[in-house]
Design a binder for this molecule. Sequence first.
Ligand code: OOG
Ligand code: NI
Length: 447
Amino acid sequence: MSVPVCADTIRTRFSRAMSAMYRDEVPLYGDLLSIVADVNRRVLAERPALSAELRARGELDRLDVERHGAIRLGTAAELAMMRRAFAVMGMWPVGYYDLSVAGVPVHSTAFRPIDEAALAANPFRVFTSLLRLELIEDEGLRAEAEAILADRRIFTDEAVRLIERAEAQGGLGDGEADRFVAELLETFRWHGDARVDADAYDRLSAAHRLIADIVSFRGPHINHLTPRTLDIDAAQAEMQARGIDAKAVVEGPPPRAVPILLRQTSFKAIEEDVVFPGGQPGQHTARFGEIEQRGAALTPAGRELYDRLLEQARSGTGGSYAERLATAFTDFPDTLEALRERGLAYFRYEPVDAGDGPPVADLEAGIAAGHIRATPIVYEDFLPVSAAGIFQSNLGNDDQRHYAASAAKAAFEAALGAPVLDPFALYAALEAQSVARVTGLPVRAAA
Ligand code: OOG
Ligand code: NI
């Protein structure tokens, strides 16, 4: 190996290659990117302070690039190899999402960078779901799906060879990294030629459309990419104005002075031509485009409050959903001071003037005296209720199922071949590191 390429660089090459491929595969996604670019340009022109802040943080150049994508895998072996592939790009499994409660037969994690420098370099993540075959009730169909998946190979031989090489040498050289990205792209590419006949496809689809999507094809095609928008409500309105079939509501919290967690919306999955063995034509609906706007990561206390208020808005009646959401969230403090003082969000502490004297021993005194600035740490993960909403917006009404089974984190981790990391612990560590930097004292993480 020549000098190893930084994992962040491989991740950036990968996300760029995915973006180009997906624009090519789903032209409507290109339209979404142009809406996002227009809206972001407008917001920057209207808000010079925000523009200056983004420039200072070096974010202006990569404002509307993709922040995440998603795939759905069929087997434990696929998930375990995917974990090793993402590790080459500095992406680690964070969090466990049980979607069965929402009537979707998968459970998921997010592969993402975790340390501060890597997140700053490129936060690209992939929401990765694993089919829960045990949730297929019909035993015959379950066995059939299992048999179909058993001999599927979603990675090229060369991709596997390069993963093994990266593990053995502790990284990839420049040329190897490019080859790795090109080979891995084959796994994420759309293959319109189904591996199963139309009959099997229909049977799988009748059990759940998602099962047909996961089982019927040669690979786990990337099913969406998600750029960042500075104004998701404006971007949603623009999608509707252009006649794009957008999801009815923006998932997540309502608009706020201090954004929290994650707001997302999407255009619905498009209908695409597929070909079954023997040349029989068919149609499949799976691939869509999404946009996101992120805010502060919440502490467990903040998250509890969020979950409670969201549930209040969702289960309530009267008024529109947006109105109920706005009403419910009047109970969620909406200033930086209140969020911090009530321990609802994680913060990064920095000296106001770098190199200005010795570290401040007392954090609160330093903040009060204006020597230390506290800014919210950005939420890097996903939200199960929002994810369920995104999944469901791409399924028909006849796909609303009820599964008796509940979370199966241990089974997921066994398939993954590693534990998933706890997102709260990661945010608490980032906060604690920043505290230690400004105070010069090691400080216990305030989880
Ligand atoms: C994933 C849907 C969830 C998100 O951003 O919450 C998701 C999928 O449809 O496979 O992407
Ligand atoms: Ni998404």
